[in-house]
Design a protein. Structure first.
Length: 235
């Protein structure tokens, strides 16, 4: 059901993969982390502050800086969503954001919608395969008029504190941690399997088609509410 306008009345809204182009991650964030990785490992390999990140990787990958770099490049090329990689990427990206080398390009429809929802009493949270630390960096350093969007969000979830995004149990974990009934949630994602998992957990959910996304498969528009912009969601 491809709707021009979707009306819902949730208490809380969860966002995933809807606020900026996936190309930002693929074409900007991933290459940046790989570019700075060799020098970072060389300068920080034995630093106490880096040890928790290093020890999170499998033993075979953390005996030398060269082995860790090779393993990180392998995981990145395969887009493997494991916590050790995400945590290290977040650390590298933080340096880039703070230096001004990276700024998150947020879709123009996002900020007005979030401000309206929050002003009407809704809570907005983020759930992403990127680490919570990476999420906070993305929203702290944006190209929006607001700049720092972090004050808009009431919570952040990732694969560590919630679980895998295509598992209904992960959404049940979020529901339980926030102590809000399932029917009071609206989950927004550009990933159909995530929408299906959220629905299986009892959440209302909508598929957002964002610029640059692949064409939806046949049947998706019959099975789910599908919109093209945050402005089409009336809550």
């Amino acid at each position: 059901m491809h709707l021009t306008n979707v009306v819902a009345d949730p208490t809380s809204v969860v966002l995933e993969g809807t606020v900026c182009s996936i190309s930002f991650v693929r074409d900007i964030l991933f290459p940046y982390a790989l570019d700075v990785l060799p020098a970072f490992l060389r300068d920080n390999w034995d630093q106490p502050s880096f040890q928790p990140y290093r020890e999170a990787f499998p033993e075979h990958a953390r005996d030398t800086p060269e082995h860790l770099e090779s393993y990180v490049r392998e995981l990145t090329a395969k887009d493997v969503k494991v916590a050790c990689l995400k945590q290290l990427q977040g650390l590298l990206w933080r340096n880039g954001y703070e230096s001004g080398a990276i700024k998150a390009p947020i879709y123009a429809d996002v900020l007005p919608a979030l401000q309206h929802w929050i002003s009407s009493g809704k809570k907005v949270l983020v759930y992403s395969s990127g680490s919570v630390a990476a999420q906070k960096l993305l929203f702290k350093y944006t190209d929006t008029p607001l700049g720092d969007m972090m004050p808009l969000f009431s919570g952040y979830y990732d694969t560590v504190n919630a679980g895998l995004k295509q598992e209904p149990s992960s959404y049940k974990n979020i529901i339980a941690k926030e102590a809000i009934e399932p029917e009071a949630w609206l989950f927004l994602s550009d990933n159909v399997k995530e929408v299906e998992a959220a629905k299986a957990a009892g959440m209302d959910s909508i598929v957002l088609v964002r610029p640059g996304n692949a064409v939806l498969e046949d049947g998706v528009r019959d099975a789910h509410a599908v919109v093209d912009t945050f402005a089409d969601i009336a809550i």
